[in-house]
Design a protein around this ligand. Structure first.
Ligand code: SF4
Ligand code: SF4
Length: 244
């Protein structure tokens, strides 16, 4: 399958809500940059309400909604968010609601035990910060073999993961939102209506994929426990640290 097919198969009815970027682990090669650009970045209750309201107004039919992060159980207003998502789920019974957790530590485990049964828990059961990941911080533009690719076409994760919403807005994908945050691109879109109407993900992908290690993965298939960072990311993290 070539890249054009992937673009056609973008998963427009699935969305990841990065409700917080707080995390009790700092995994090597984390594609939310928790290790090198930590930030609480909690989504607000107003944002969740606006997401639900806009979904209703647009009569948009989500098939999958993931509460994720960061470690989503560490959002200080998780109970309130779950109440809102429960109402959303009643109105959108076709939509599967998942919560993705690292399952690490007593605090997280206790919160997981109390979650209602209608939320499907996807638990990666991490035991430390050395899980194997795709090296997210290897920018294709830092690699001679990839630097001239058609980045605007994205990668297969668009199909697997769907859109992303975090504190800073709507994005083509969650990995793209990390590129946006660390490189200071500020391309997040504040409204679902605007995001969908303008097909904003297309211009976002053009900016994000050239920095995203996932772009290379279908060709390389290299998972690793070792930290890998290419030149563009080294520079971006240096700048991020100064700016923050
Ligand atoms: S548990 Fe997940 S979000 Fe937290 S640092 Fe590890 S990969 Fe990143
Ligand atoms: S930003 Fe990364 S995850 Fe998102 S489509 Fe581009 S290569 Fe894939």
């Amino acid at each position: 399958m070539d890249q054009i097919d992937w673009q056609k198969r973008i998963f427009k009815t699935s969305i990841e809500l990065d409700i917080t970027l707080r995390c009790n682990l700092v995994c090597i090669n984390c594609d939310r940059a928790i290790r090198h650009a930590p930030e609480n970045a909690d989504m607000t209750i107003e944002q969740i309400k606006k997401f639900i309201q806009e979904t209703k107004e647009l009569d948009y039919k989500w098939e999958k909604l993931k509460l994720i992060g960061g470690e989503p159980t560490l959002h200080p207003q998780l109970d309130e968010i779950i109440k809102l998502i429960k109402e959303f789920h009643k109105e959108n019974p076709q939509c599967e609601v998942q919560l993705w957790t690292n399952g690490y530590g007593e605090k997280v485990k206790k919160i997981l035990e109390k979650l209602p049964k209608w939320i499907i828990i996807i638990n990666s059961r991490k035991e430390d910060n050395r899980s194997a990941f795709v090296p997210f911080n290897l920018a294709p533009i830092d690699d001679e073999k990839f630097k001239d690719c058609a980045f605007e076409l994205g990668c297969p994760l668009l199909k697997n993961c769907g859109f992303s919403l975090n504190k800073y807005g709507y994005y083509s994908c969650a990995a793209g939102s990390t590129v946006d945050r660390v490189f200071g691109l500020k391309k997040g879109i504040g409204s679902l209506k605007e995001f969908l109407a303008n097909e904003s993900w297309q211009s976002q992908l053009k900016e994000y994929c050239k920095y995203c290690g996932h772009f290379k993965h279908p060709y390389n298939r290299k998972w690793t426990r070792k930290e890998k960072i290419s030149k563009s990311w080294e520079e971006a993290y240096k700048k991020y640290k100064i700016d923050h």
